[in-house]
Design a protein around this ligand. Structure first.
Ligand code: AMP
Ligand code: GLY
Length: 424
């Protein structure tokens, strides 16, 4: 098969690494990719949001399947674009269509969906500029802390958790009347605060059946002990020790099966990955959010723990034969730690030369934000590298990763030294 993978982060490096191992692969292209993905295929300078450019490439290169990494092309309708074009309608896109991607693209859509299908989630209300006063009254009747979520995509910055009622009211006003989050904040979801421990669960589905992928736990805050600003994710582990078979059964029965069935019932044809952002509240799972793609850095532990051929599974999605495919996991723990640019998630420098990449032997170094200048690898983002290791236990996997991190260097590099601290 000739595959085009869209995206350029650590997630896409991990997916390209996995696809490259498939016996079904003829050639892999990554658009635009990074200095890591070029080890597994050919990087092509195409913007995944420019669908006409993607189409031209797909035709010129005789591509058999397009795999979409990030959410934006999906929420913008890349799957619909393919389906509505005579020349490319037969080429499968792995990733949901525009309506299905609203599970991530609109928090209000996701909440209504969960409400309709009895899927456990926090109680909520949705408000717009016109209903600001109702929103303020709604806050009066909620308990602290107050959770405010911009309805649309806000690059991970659209969720505010506020202790003080008056501050929550002024933030709600700022989002709805002063466009604090632009169009993403035209509606705001106000939610009950759920207390518990989070985990990320993934499936791949062809719209009828699904396969569960290895679960993971992400560490989102910049500081040790889960303190400081929210980031895209600073590390991840898989499996998740508290996700025992009883808890995973609850997740499948109360959340995953109702989601897949609910989509079907609503006439939404979902083909691709679903990422369930969940929270364990006293032994019961609740949905915090849906994403229409894989997680990052979770993918950097999920792909290594997938034993089966990823292209075989993706072909099952494309041809509606996923139920006939086999899925197996690697029976080892995996851990990844993100090496980021000092200053991230606020201001940081790009273009720092990275040293020591070739000295790492016990880990897989996934590139998240890198570019290359000949053989030289330079940082090009806040999250730069995700260093993944296997171990018989999580402890061992983490020790290997931290040992490898010692051998890699760039100016002002930072990483959390406590990934896994809460579950070990
Ligand atoms: P989201 O973008 O929806 O994943 O929200 C970002 C983060 O905010 C989540 O990972 C949670 O840590 C936190 N969060 C979101 N909603 C809630 C909630 N209802 N209760 C507690 N924490 C929440
Ligand atoms: N790691 C969380 C996300 O990908 O949204």
């Amino acid at each position: 098969m000739r595959i085009l993978l869209l995206g350029s982060g650590g997630r896409e490096h991990a997916i390209s690494w996995k696809i490259a191992q498939s016996s079904m692969l003829d050639e892999l292209f990554i658009a635009p990719g990074n200095a890591g993905t070029r080890l597994h295929g050919k990087n092509v300078p195409i913007n995944p949001l420019n669908f006409d450019e993607v189409k031209k490439f797909v035709i010129d290169q005789d591509i058999d399947m397009v795999v979409v990494g990030p959410e934006e092309p999906l929420v913008n309708g890349i799957a619909d674009f393919f389906l509505s074009d005579e020349q490319i309608k037969k080429i499968p896109v792995i990733g949901p269509n525009k309506i299905a991607a609203q599970l991530e693209g609109s928090k209000d859509f996701a909440k209504q969906f969960m409400h309709r299908h009895n899927i456990p989630t926090a109680k909520y209300g949705t408000f717009s500029k016109e209903s600001l006063n109702e929103g303020l009254r709604f806050l009066d009747n909620m308990k602290s802390p107050y959770v405010l979520k911009a309805d649309g995509l806000a690059a991970g910055k659209g969720v505010l958790i506020i202790n003080d009622l008056n501050e929550a009211k002024s933030e709600l006003t700022a989002i709805l009347s002063e466009d604090k989050f632009g169009v993403a904040g035209q509606k705001v979801v106000i939610e009950q605060f759920l207390k518990g421990i989070e985990l990320s669960v993934f499936i791949i589905t062809d719209g009828d059946s699904y396969k569960l992928l290895p679960e993971a736990k992400d560490y989102k805050r910049i500081g040790e002990g889960d303190t400081g600003l929210n980031t895209g994710g600073m590390g991840a582990i898989s499996p998740v020790p508290f996700a025992d078979s009883g808890f995973m059964d609850k997740i499948q029965n109360q959340i995953i099966i109702p989601t897949v069935k609910g989509l079907k019932q609503d006439g939404i044809d979902y083909k691709g990955f679903i990422f369930f952002g969940l929270i364990n509240v006293k032994g019961d799972p609740y949905v915090i959010e849906y994403n229409c793609r894989m997680g990052d850095p979770e993918t950097e532990v999920v792909m290594p723990r997938l034993k089966s051929d990823l292209l075989d599974l993706l072909e099952g999605v494309a041809t509606n034969t996923l139920s006939e495919r086999d899925i197996q996991f690697v029976d080892k723990a995996a851990a990844t730690v993100m090496m980021v640019s000092g200053g991230y998630p606020e201001n940081y420098k790009k273009g720092q030369q990275i040293y020591g990449l070739n000295t790492v032997t016990e880990s897989i170094v996934f590139h998240a934000g890198t570019t290359s200048d000949g053989p030289t690898v330079l940082s090009s983002g806040g999250r730069v590298l995700a260093v993944t290791s296997f171990g018989k236990t999580l402890d061992v996997a983490l020790q290997r990763t931290y040992k490898s991190l010692n051998d890699i260097e760039f100016q002002n590099a930072y990483y959390r030294k406590d990934i896994g601290f809460d579950v070990l």
